[in-house]
Design a protein around this ligand. Structure first.
Ligand code: ATP
Ligand code: MG
Length: 153
C-alpha cells in the first residue's frame, strides 16, 4: 500500500470537474483518505513547487496554483503514485493518452487540471505540506502480528 498527494488545480475546480476527477480515482481503486479545499497564497505555491524555482515557468506556475480554490487529496492504494500518474496522463495535455484526466479535461501544459506526486519521498513531503497525520484516514488494516511495531504489543 502506498499514499500519494493529488491536487485538483484551479482550472478544473473552476470548470466543475471535482466530482468527475474524484470518481476516476475511486473507479481505479484509489481510496480517498484525506481531502480539503483551499485557496493557497502565492508564497505557499512557491514553497510547494520549490523544486521548479529555477525553471522559466516557475512564476506562471505558482501564480496559477494560487489563482483560485484547489482540492488537495491523499490517495491510497497499491502503487498509488504510479497509478495516479497514469490516470493523470502526460504533463502536456496535447501529449496525454486518450481517457486520461489531462487529455479529457485540461487545456494546456500550464493549466493541466491535476498534480500528482512523482516518487515515494516527494509524496511523503507533499502530503506533510498539506495534512497533519490525524487528518488522514488510512484504510490500511491495522497491524496484527504481536510485536510487529510499537502499537501491536
Ligand atoms: P505536476 O507536478 O503539476 O503534477 P508534472 O509532474 O506532470 O506536473 P512537472 O515537470 O513536475 O510536471 O511540472 C510541474 C508543472 O509545471 C506542470 O504541471 C506544468 O503545469 C508546469 N510545466 C512543466 N513543464 C512546463 C513547460 N515546459 N512549460 C510550461 N509549464 C510547464
Ligand atoms: Mg511534478
Amino acid at each position: 500500500m502506498e499514499q500519494t498527494l493529488s491536487i485538483i488545480k484551479p482550472d478544473a475546480v473552476e470548470k466543475d470537474q471535482i466530482g468527475n476527477i474524484l470518481s476516476r480515482f475511486e473507479k481505479a481503486g484509489l481510496k480517498i483518505v484525506a481531502v480539503k479545499m483551499l485557496h493557497i497564497s502565492k508564497a505557499e505555491a512557491e514553497s510547494f513547487y520549490e523544486v521548479h524555482r529555477k525553471k522559466p515557468f516557475y512564476k506562471d506556475l505558482t501564480t496559477f496554483l494560487s489563482s483560485g480554490p484547489i482540492l488537495v487529496l491523499v490517495l491510497e492504494g497499491k502503487d498509488a503514485i504510479a497509478l495516479n500518474r497514469k490516470l493523470m496522463g502526460a504533463t502536456d495535455p496535447a501529449k496525454a493518452e486518450a481517457g486520461t484526466i489531462r487529455k479529457d479535461l485540461a487545456e494546456s501544459i500550464d493549466r493541466n487540471a491535476v498534480h500528482g506526486s512523482d516518487a515515494p519521498e516527494t509524496a511523503k513531503q507533499e502530503i506533510a505540506f498539506f495534512f497533519q497525520p490525524d487528518e488522514i484516514f488510512s484504510k490500511e488494516p491495522p497491524h496484527r502480528k504481536k510485536g510487529c511495531c510499537c502499537c501491536c504489543s
